[in-house]
Design a protein around this ligand. Structure first.
Ligand code: PEP
Length: 254
């Protein structure tokens, strides 16, 4: 059975004090129902604080990135063993900011997905096209090739334990959102791409939408058949907005 996942990507925001306050509100209102995952992904330096503060709440914790290397001379990086040690369950990979600002190629992202699966954490694999690629009519081709590189690395079996986030790059942090119909079309295409390899794995895969999802547009997006949650940036930094999206996600499971 597919899970519905509402994931907050806090990016490089917050202080220990502001995160404590934000989490108090999120844990206070978190919805505890079967099949709904509420996930927060703080900056890495606050992961252990967030894991401790969510210990008794129905809130999971993820990192925003990880090294594919096990250990050693990689200044500024952190390993999967460290994330396991902290009690972190999910890892966002291939976010467009990692791809465009930090030069992460499809191959690097695929290598990280393989490492995360090997460590038995859950990768949240981000894919999505730029505005230029969409306007050229290439959105589906871009997303499909980003997924293909990962498929070649981990096989279809890897997608049994992976979450995909479709994040059109032009919608991230811009206030622009894909229409529910456009987002649904890409989500359905992703599912059918994977169904060609294994229908059951494709059916059970959670595919999240990301790109300016907020309290006002979440219900309509989440009502789409192949949208199984959201990866939320800006709106996840406000507890009331984030909880409204969680409530819409819970409603979408009924
Ligand atoms: C994101 O960073 O993954 C994201 C979707 O950001 P925003 O919701 O702010 O567009």
């Amino acid at each position: 059975m597919r899970k519905t996942i509402v994931a907050g990507n806090w990016k490089m925001n917050g202080t220990s004090e502001s995160i404590k306050a934000l989490l108090e509100n999120i844990t206070g209102g978190a919805i505890n129902i079967d099949g709904l995952v509420t996930l927060v992904c703080p900056p890495a330096v606050y992961l252990s604080q967030v894991v401790a503060q969510t210990a008794d709440a129905p809130v999971s914790v993820g990192a925003q990135n990880v090294s594919a290397q096990p250990k050693g001379a990689y200044t500024g990086e952190w390993s999967l063993e460290m994330l396991q040690d902290l009690g972190c369950e999910y890892v966002i990979l291939g976010h467009s900011e990692r791809r465009s600002i930090f030069g992460e190629s499809d191959a690097i992202v695929a290598e990280k997905v393989a490492a995360v699966l090997e460590a038995e954490l859950v990768p949240v694999l981000c894919v999505g096209e730029t505005l230029e690629q969409r306007e050229a009519g290439n959105a589906l081709a871009v997303v499909s090739s980003q997924i293909d590189v990962v498929l070649q690395q981990v096989g279809i079996e890897g997608f049994a334990s992976t979450v995909i986030a479709y994040e059109p790059v032009w919608a991230i942090g811009t206030g622009l959102t894909a229409t529910p119909e456009d987002a649904q079309a890409v989500h359905a295409a992703i599912r059918s791409q994977l169904a060609k390899h294994d229908a059951n794995i494709a059916e059970n895969l959670s595919i999240l939408y990301g790109g300016s999802m907020n309290a006002a547009n979440a219900a309509e997006l989440l009502a789409q058949q192949d949208i199984d949650g959201g990866l939320i940036g800006g709106a996840s930094l406000k507890a009331d907005e984030f909880l409204t999206i969680c409530a819409a996600a819970a409603e979408s499971r009924k």
